[in-house]
Design a protein around this ligand. Structure first.
Ligand SMILES: Cc1cc2nc3c(=O)[nH]c(=O)nc-3n(C[C@H](O)[C@H](O)[C@H](O)COP(=O)(O)O)c2cc1C
Length: 405
């Protein structure tokens, strides 16, 4: 999941009664994060107006080869080159025949033949049109040419009877694209167990109060998603209240002590451990078992704090040679020197340092600028970017260190 994010999908709508379903398909693709360029055949515009698709996709629809677009005289080539995935849905018997033959006599077929990107067709037609030997021959030819066919479903047809030829459901079509991208995206972490901690812990004072910190957990969640997208099995131990990423196992915790117990439970099975949580360094010595009352005769309350266990250093000691351990350091001064010391002292393989004194980055922001400190290598500063991008960069560096292709 999430594979369609920022992908350029060119959606070809052809002259089938199912063309109205492409409006929903456009919405689903956009919801999945894709950018969608719609191309329509002349017949398709008899079923649904380009205005519908233009509004949904927020891009002008390509319908005609010879109407010059300002500044872009060969629009069909521009669209073809822009495309990451071409999707013909619904695909008429006619467009299948044209694609199988290599015809290019309108905007849709000309753009398709100029497209080097992977092509999907989702046929939709009357059951006899679908069963016709010519159609089946064309589909076979398209498969042989490497076109991916999203088979039509059995079901009620617009003709008023049931049969094969009904357009696959829009959600099924989107899932087919996602699955393809998943299979064709390099997954260097496939088969690896990745453990991520995220969020700031809360150390109880009494049943309603706690000592906390400003960590939002966003960086840890971005790491969990990035590790998943690179193929890892991800366990996320979190004290944050963010949306659990799809296909990630969540272990919710509250305090530093709970975080430590959970980390120790999962660490043994973990290949790569990314400690992004902001674990409290101090906790109230004892938790008062009832809400502390405010007393009129006192103006102060003494809170006696004691050190919490250093989870990262604990892991550094028990780490096996085949395990990779990454820590985070939020420092506000003397940044890199402090962090280099931390790397050695904690037995970590990499430390990600961020200067949380800069309000444009760090804790609650969506962007981050970090410096990676490795053993026996110069510090590497990554450009300021979104936490998702930073997370991916960090994981790619970890893969590099581990010689994972
Ligand atoms: C009401 C109506 C519904 C149609 N539905 C389909 C259809 O579902 N599948 C199909 O292959 N052709 C269907 N056709 C025929 C195509 O519109 C026709 O073959 C057209 O030339 C296809 O052009 P295109 O492939 O350039 O879009 C339908 C025609 C009409 C009038």
């Amino acid at each position: 999941m999430g594979m369609l994010k920022d992908k350029h999908v060119t959606l070809y709508v052809t002259g089938s009664i199912a063309a109205y379903k492409s409006a929903l398909l456009t919405r689903l693709l956009i919801k999945a994060g894709a950018q969608v360029q719609v191309v329509m055949t002349a017949a398709a515009t008899d079923f649904v107006t380009p205005l519908t698709f233009q509004t949904l996709s927020k891009r002008p629809v390509l319908t005609d080869l010879f109407t010059a677009t300002e500044g872009d005289p060969i629009k069909h080539i521009t669209v073809a080159d822009w495309t990451d995935i071409a999707l013909v849905a619904p695909a008429t018997a006619n467009i299948l025949a044209k694609m199988a033959q290599g015809l290019a006599d309108d905007a849709a077929s000309s753009t398709l033949i100029a497209t080097a990107a992977p092509k999907f067709v989702a046929p939709a037609m009357n059951k006899n049109m679908w069963a016709n030997p010519a159609t089946q021959r064309n589909v076979q030819q398209l498969r042989a040419d490497g076109v991916l066919v999203i088979d039509p479903a059995e079901g009620f047809l617009a003709e008023g009877y049931s049969g094969s030829g009904r357009l696959a459901e829009p959600a099924t079509i989107v899932a087919a694209l996602e699955a393809y991208l998943q299979d064709h995206t390099p997954q260097p972490l496939r088969g690896k167990q990745v453990l991520v901690t995220a969020g700031g812990t809360r150390e109880a004072i009494d049943p309603v109060r706690y000592v906390g910190n400003k960590s939002s957990g966003k960086m840890g969640y971005a790491l969990a998603r990035a590790a998943r997208d690179l193929g890892a099995e991800v366990t996320l131990i979190s004290s944050a209240s963010l949306t659990t990423p799809h296909n990630v196992d969540l272990v919710p915790v509250v305090s530093a002590a709970e975080m430590e117990t959970a980390v120790n439970t999962y660490f043994g099975a973990s290949d790569i451990t990314l400690m992004a949580a902001a674990v409290a360094d101090f906790r109230p010595e004892a938790i008062v078992d009832h809400k502390i009352k405010k007393q009129d005769d006192t103006s102060t309350l003494d809170l006696h704090l004691v050190r919490t266990p250093d989870i990262l250093a604990g892991l550094g000691k028990q780490k096996r040679a085949d395990q990779f351990l990454l820590g985070f350091a939020a420092e506000t001064n003397d940044l890199l020197q402090n962090v280099q010391k931390k790397l050695v002292a904690k037995g970590a393989d990499m430390i990600v340092a961020n200067d949380v004194s800069d309000t444009a980055i760090g804790f609650n922001s969506d962007a981050n600028r970090v410096t990676l400190l490795k053993r026996d290598a110069e510090p590497e500063q990554l450009a300021m970017a979104s936490k998702d991008e930073i997370a991916r960069e960090i994981l790619l560096r970890v893969c590099q260190q581990l010689h994972l292709a």
